[in-house]
Design a binder for this molecule. Structure first.
Ligand SMILES: NC(=O)c1ccc[n+]([C@@H]2O[C@H](COP(=O)([O-])OP(=O)(O)OC[C@H]3O[C@@H](n4cnc5c(N)ncnc54)[C@H](O)[C@@H]3O)[C@@H](O)[C@H]2O)c1
Length: 356
């Protein structure tokens, strides 16, 4: 794009409010939130007033007709994402969209094709990748210092009460499309594959035990990674103390996140080298480490750099596809009681969607 200031329309004033407060507002030189859209006029008015946003609409298509808008940031319920992303790409916009990006591998493959033909690109949100703990771990692994991956244990133990499910779209297969695996543990699982590499095979179990809902709120899974490493995933929405925790054992280092539930990427990660040589290599690798801002602020800083330079997006459709492929495999395994090998191709029975 070759310029510095990008005008944004945020669609959906739930977590969309956080995108403004914790993201765009922290980069006033790079982004200006010019328009807000929500079908709930009262909610829209509250956020418009809070941030003095110049323009508002309750109609998504109005946003697409706004010539001065560069970026459409989609924060609506997930079942709407696919159509809204396609619409925004067709209108020539850059697109940011919340997780889960879409509801099937078929849909994301259509988005990948649409993005290739469009002027704009799509950046899925995976804000937990932006934290200094996980960024340092990523650097140690990418530089080859960590060595052979052995095993990871990953917990997402959060709490959701019946009030959370008062939003009419939550808790049902038709409208939410999944439970703890799709909506909550998706973040820690994304961090897991980002750090441990691609998955070869998945075996999962799901259960609904915490709230009276259709979708799962407890899940466990064992993964065999393409490297041969093993990973165990445990996720629940019934934990009285909330934690997110990743513990990654490599040949030359063990890496462990904090237990902070909503900032698993943040410092301080515990970095335990296996030898004085590994300790020295890690110290050298981190000597010139430059801290990144956390979560939305960090992802949007990296996004701005990619827009101004034309470089690769910090999170891509390929990243969202890997996440959705793991989710597809987890649901298919839980439904069939079988191990599911990856990759999942177009002739797989769950390629067009999981659940119901
Ligand atoms: N990355 C994260 O940590 C994180 C956290 C929370 C939610 N999310 C994701 O963000 C998305 C929204 O979740 P939420 O918690 O904000 O939900 P929410 O129900 O609180 O908010 C969604 C908003 O979208 C509005 N909306 C619905 N249909 C619309 C339409 N056609 N056009 C414009 N606005 C419309 C609703 O009125 C509502 O205000 C979901 O995909 C969710 O998974 C991500």
């Amino acid at each position: 794009m070759g310029r510095e200031l990008f005008r944004v329309a945020v669609v959906g004033c739930g977590v969309g409010r956080n995108h403004i407060a914790q993201g765009y507002r922290r980069h006033p030189e790079g982004f200006r939130v010019q328009a807000l859209c929500d079908i709930d006029a009262a909610r829209l008015a509250a956020v418009v007033d809070e941030f003095a946003v110049p323009r508002r609409t309750t109609v998504f298509d109005d946003v697409l007709r706004m010539d001065d808008i560069d970026i459409v940031d989609i924060c609506t319920p997930a079942r709407l994402h696919f159509g809204q992303i396609l619409g925004a790409l067709s209108a020539g916009k850059e697109v940011v969209c919340e997780k889960p990006l879409v509801g099937s591998l078929a849909e994301i493959d259509r988005l990948i094709a649409a993005e290739k033909a469009a002027a704009g690109r799509v950046m899925p949100i995976f804000q937990y990748r932006f934290g200094n703990g996980v960024q340092k771990a990523k650097r140690i692994i990418e530089l080859g210092i960590a060595g052979k991956p052995y095993l990871a244990t990953v917990e997402t133990a959060w709490k959701r009460t019946p009030e959370y499910y008062e939003a009419p779209w939550r808790g049902r297969w038709e409208t939410e499309r999944g439970g703890v695996l799709l909506m909550h543990a998706i973040h820690t699982h994304d961090l897991t594959t980002w750090l441990m590499g691609p998955v070869a095979s998945v075996f999962g179990h799901t259960a609904t035990r915490v709230n009276p809902i259709e979708v799962e709120d407890c899940a466990v899974a064992s993964l065999v990674m393409r490297s041969g490493a093993l990973v165990s995933l445990a996720s629940t929405l019934g934990s009285q103390r909330e934690i997110s925790r990743l513990r990654l054992c490599f040949e030359h280092v063990t890496l462990e996140s904090t237990h902070a539930p909503y900032s698993p990427g943040d410092d301080p990660w515990e970095i335990v080298p296996a030898s004085p040589e590994a300790e020295l290599q890690i110290a050298e690798a981190l000597a010139d480490y430059r801290p990144v801002p956390s979560r939305y602020e960090g992802q949007l800083a990296a996004y701005h750099a990619a827009l101004t330079t034309g470089g690769p997006l910090p999170v891509t459709l390929a990243d969202a596809r890997s996440s959705l492929e793991l989710i597809t495999a987890l649901y298919h395994s839980a439904a069939t009681g079988t191990a599911v090998p990856l990759p999942i191709a177009a002739d797989h029975p769950s390629y067009n969607g999981w659940g119901d």
